[in-house]
Design a protein around this ligand. Structure first.
Ligand code: NAD
Length: 418
């Protein structure tokens, strides 16, 4: 499906988010293909019963962990990566042997239509139905009893999904978001730092769950960063990002209005332009931002990067810890002590040091949140493991001599009889 419909897929994502083909291939299609290939290549090994360690008394027994499919899984995707987010868990749930209902987000309408029309051409529609629709359809869907739910989206809807799952004690994974901070230390290399932070902030116009949400640094570091950022943005998108083919748009009017209102916090140091007609918001850096400004009260999920100044790393750690646990935490520093101080004294879904987002690219690392940023994880083998129940199987031998070894657990009288 991914190979034969690439053109249609690229067109759908372009329509929803003005994503360039290069960005869609990199952040949507290639990821799903690679994970699917990895599932196919590893399936035999991952699905096979695993031999468990056993003590001497179980020498003649088999101790095994079976990987049983849960049964019927519901996968609910979000709109910001409308191919990747529903299809990655979908592929893993199928590989794990489940029947899967897939529910793409109605917000990325063109891509949802594409998936609704195309998946049934490739997969059994009874085992793997695609349900398209908005809140009323999802509300109905959530009344059904599922054996596992995998939800990606915001934490408000996550509570609705969690409540629905609770009714049937259905286990679930919640892949959520939050405000992912960046700490820039004075020891960093600023050109590399600006390049990597702005790439992470600007792909998909900031509509990425692990996008760097805000920066914490000293005033001196801020000045250096803003200068480097101006150069980087010109290099990425030219003098006018609105004319760049590589820069996305905000998904709909509601989000455009919400994000534009956040431009009133602090002072614009770079960018700041908007165009309601095109749902365009220029990559923008805000300085002189306080913790109680509007831009610091919610996940930005757009191309605005506020900088909150702190005196030192201790103040940065206190600031991070006074907020909900984020999905990602970024540190730019050459100083190992500073780096480990932050790693040791904070909590987040994941950490990437000296880059942004790239921790997601390793299938050997689990991807998921903690606390308000989610529960459970996936990617690589973690995806397969998400969708199987690990069933303990102990197969005992009936050999008589084994019974002698067990005599301690019988009542005294039985022990004497043997
Ligand atoms: P969304 O609006 O597409 O919602 C996600 C899903 O919830 C959709 O399938 C939608 O139909 C359903 N839904 C929406 N309202 C509902 C309701 N009232 N009742 C039942 N179902 C409902 O996506 P979103 O929530 O705007 O996504 C953005 C959020 O998702 C951000 O917070 C972002 O950080 C997070 N996110 C997390 C990840 C991750 O992997 N951790 C990835 C992408 C996005």
């Amino acid at each position: 499906m991914l190979d034969e419909n690439e053109k249609e897929m690229l067109a759908a994502v372009k329509k929803d988010l003005n994503k360039s083909n290069m960005e869609s291939v990199l952040t949507e299609i290639a990821i799903v293909k690679n994970e699917t290939i990895s599932l196919i290549n590893n399936l035999e090994e991952w699905a096979a019963p695993e031999k468990a360690a056993k003590p001497l008394v179980n020498l003649t027994d088999d101790a095994l962990i079976y990987k049983d499919p849960y049964g019927v899984v519901l996968v609910m995707g979000a709109w910001n990566y409308p191919i990747q987010l529903p299809l990655l868990p979908f592929a893993a749930a199928i590989a794990a042997g489940n029947a899967v209902v897939i529910k793409p987000s109605e917000v990325s309408e063109a891509t949802a239509d594409f998936l609704g029309k195309t998946i049934p051409k490739y997969l059994d529609n009874q085992c793997y139905p695609v349900i398209c629709g908005g809140i009323p359809e999802t509300t109905e869907l959530l009344k059904e009893r599922f054996d596992y739910i995998f939800y990606t989206g915001n934490s408000y809807v996550a509570r609705i999904v969690h409540t629905a799952a609770n009714k049937h004690l259905t286990p679930l994974t919640l892949e959520l978001g939050g405000k992912s901070p960046v700490y820039i230390d004075k020891s960093t290399d600023m050109d590399v730092t600006a390049n990597r932070i702005l790439w992470g902030k600007c792909i998909n116009a900031g509509q990425t769950c692990v996008a760097p949400d805000y920066i914490l640094c000293t005033k001196e570091v801020e000045e250096e960063f803003v200068e480097a950022a101006k150069k980087v943005l010109k290099k990425f998108y030219g003098e006018n990002p609105q004319q760049s083919k590589d820069y996305c748009r905000i998904v709909n009017d509601k989000h455009f209005k919400r994000i534009s209102a956040l431009l009133n916090s602090g002072k614009v140091a770079v960018g700041g332009k908007t165009d309601v007609q095109e749902k365009y918001i220029e990559p923008t850096i805000l300085i002189d931002v306080n913790g109680d400004d509007a831009v610091m009260q919610e996940e930005i999920f757009g191309p605005i990067l506020p900088i909150v100044s702190v005196r030192d790393v201790n103040e940065a750690i206190t600031f991070i810890n006074s907020h909900e646990k984020p999905l990602a935490l970024y540190i730019f520093s050459k100083d190992k002590e500073v780096t480990h101080e932050i790693i040791d004294r904070t909590s987040s879904g994941g950490i990437c040091v000296n880059d942004t987002i790239m921790h997601l690219s390793l299938p050997s690392l689990p991807f998921g949140g903690v606390g308000e940023s989610g529960m459970g994880c996936y990617h690589g083998k973690f995806s397969f493991d998400t969708f199987v129940h690990k069933r303990s199987v102990l197969i005992r031998s009936l050999a008589k001599f084994g019974e002698k070894l067990q005599s301690m657990r019988r009542p005294l009288t039985t022990k004497e009889l043997l």
